[in-house]
Design a protein around this ligand. Structure first.
Ligand code: HXC
Length: 515
């Protein structure tokens, strides 16, 4: 065959694979409001940056009529490309080909791109749209998942791993995402479950729709399995691009530095955000935006455990992870879910050398039977563990309340914060003045002629003594009492000073965090 003909043959072979499961299946995909796997990759990556591999891989199924079936690319596209100039590795499952189900060769393709990502230290983005293990391939499909889970674990803390759920994902198709760092979902399109509605109906007799069982909102608001919610696939890809350009590309390189930008101080005036009355709420995200470059903030898990806010912003050009109590929701208390959310975020920051800024204003841990029985002891302990374990620069700013376990847990000096700043209105104590007075002056209050008047006197006494930052400052537990308007300046200085922070910890294989 002449070279020209061979090139034409190559083009025809490629074209056949590009058609995926064929026009009918593609139309079905579109009718569900979904892009095709190939369109998704194009929308995600920089223009013309995608290079595809293993396009001619064929499936190896031999049972249940599989030997006569053609499955172009075995239902998955793999390759490398870039996002804002940063190299990334990508796979996208093609639901038009056998429902994106995972057979042995499909799994091998994913494993290959995962190996590239790890060896070349670039982020991995997996676009999942799959019915899970290919039933006709039996144990070979399960083996494929095992190989993927192992690689997910090997890559954890070395390269950022991002999962995008863009279809009904069942079984193994959701366990791999659960092992990754950030899961993105799209309203009405994403579904995640271990067993679908049919199995639930058969086994338990319970009826539930796919959306109610494992839709995007369910996983963002209730289960915490997903971290970013989008209305459309296009918005989802924009979110991923923003995240990738904010975080480090691996655990040895810092995130790209950008030109420092001043915050939008007219919109986010740090001196005016926090009400003087400690019982009044405010949106702590305004505080974060009042100190970040251009007031930009990439919030992670916005819809889950909203009593704590976590996410990334830049301060003087450097990427920083923020962990902040949210007085707007349940007064910013710590509970099981918010502890889990913050602890995992802290461990990501620590693994990827992102300094952590903690913004504190909380009355403590949420009391109650529900919380106790839900295991608030072990969940809350995760936060203590994560902060104590982290060796990145750790800076705390106490805005108002820092009571009890909350004071210790929110990156206190005692868990090895490098810098602790407090505003003049900060109150650092074992508990709020009302509760404290009721406990330690109970006898005097009960025996007083006018118990209520005595209670108020004792509350005031306690406030005068402890509801300020100066007792902690006198012991060196906080480093400086600062004016609110000095906050950004102090953060910039602390981050500069801590640039080469080095701490040595005892050698060990690994710790055992509370589960
Ligand atoms: C083989 C599959 C498949 C699978 C879907 N298909 N899932 N083929 N193995 N796991 C095929 C269908 O037969 C169909 O083929 C095509 O994909 C599209 O599927 P539909 O059912 O028509 O689509 P839809 O109605 O949108 O429903 C999607 C779905 C459903 C919810 C994902 O297909 C489903 O419930 N699939 C099975 C899910 C499941 O139980 N997976 C096994 C998980 S166990 P045709 O030829 O008709 O177009 C697992 C083990 C790993 O993953 C565990 C690790 C810990």
């Amino acid at each position: 065959m002449a070279v020209d003909k061979k090139i034409l043959d190559l083009k025809q072979r490629r074209e056949k694979v590009y058609n995926g499961g064929g026009m009918k299946a593609i139309e079905k995909q579109k009718a569900m409001g979904k892009m095709t796997a190939r369109e998704r990759i194009i929308a995600l990556l920089d223009a013309d940056s995608f290079y595809e591999y293993d396009i001619f891989v064929e499936h190896s199924g031999t049972e249940f009529g599989m030997q006569n079936k053609e499955l172009p690319g075995d239902g998955v596209i793999i390759g490398t490309g870039s996002i804002c100039g940063n190299p990334v590795a990508v796979f996208a499952q093609d639901f038009t080909v056998a429902g994106g189900s995972l057979g042995l060769m499909h799994a091998r393709k994913i494993a290959k791109i995962m190996d590239y990502a790890l060896n070349m230290r670039m982020p991995l983005i997996g676009i999942n749209d799959s019915g899970g293990a290919r039933i006709q391939e039996g144990v070979n499909a399960l083996a494929g998942y095992g190989e993927i889970f192992f690689r997910n674990t090997l890559s954890s803390g070395v390269i950022p791993q991002i999962s995008v759920i863009l279809g009904p994902c069942a079984g193994g198709a959701v366990y791999s995402p659960a092992l990754t760092d950030f899961v993105f979902v799209v309203d009405k399109i994403s579904k995640m479950f271990i067993t679908g509605p049919e199995v639930i109906k058969t086994v338990l007799g319970e009826e539930i729709s796919m959306e109610e069982l494992g839709g995007a909102r369910v996983h963002c608001e209730q289960t915490g399995n997903a971290h970013f919610f989008a209305e459309t696939e296009e918005e989802c890809f924009r979110q991923i691009r923003q995240l990738i350009s904010t975080i480090p590309q691996n655990n040895t390189q810092p995130a790209e530095r950008t030109n420092p930008e001043e915050p939008l101080t007219k919109k986010y005036n740090i001196g005016k955000i926090v009400p003087a009355d400690p019982a009044q709420p405010y949106d702590v995200r305004d505080i974060i935006r009042s100190v970040t470059d251009g007031s930009e903030f990439v919030e992670v898990m916005e819809l889950f455990a909203a009593n704590i806010v976590v996410g990334f912003g830049r301060v003087n050009g450097e990427t920083v992870g923020f962990v902040a109590n949210q007085p707007l929701v349940m007064a910013g208390v710590l509970d099981c879910d918010s502890s889990d959310k913050a602890a995992r975020f802290i461990r990501f920051c620590d693994a990827f050398n992102v300094p952590i800024v903690t913004i504190e204003d909380l009355p403590g841990y949420l009391p109650g039977v529900d919380q106790e029985h839900a295991g608030v002891i072990r969940h809350g302990a995760k936060l203590l563990y994560a902060y104590s374990e982290a060796t990145v620069p750790k800076i705390t700013v106490i805005l108002r309340k820092a009571y009890g376990g909350g004071y210790i847990a929110m990156n206190s000096r005692h868990l090895r914060a490098d810098f602790v700043f407090a505003w003049p209105q900060a109150e650092i104590a074992v508990m709020g003045p009302e509760g404290a007075a009721n406990v330690i002056f109970r006898k005097e209050i009960m025996e007083a002629e006018n118990p209520e008047a005595m209670r108020q006197t004792k509350i005031q006494e306690y406030k005068d003594k402890f509801a300020n930052p100066y007792v902690a400052a006198a012991k060196g537990y906080i480093d400086a009492v600062i004016e609110p308007t000095e906050t950004r300046k102090c953060l910039i200085h602390a981050l500069q000073v801590a640039q080469h922070k080095t701490v040595l910890r005892p050698e060990k294989k690994h710790g055992i965090p509370p589960f």
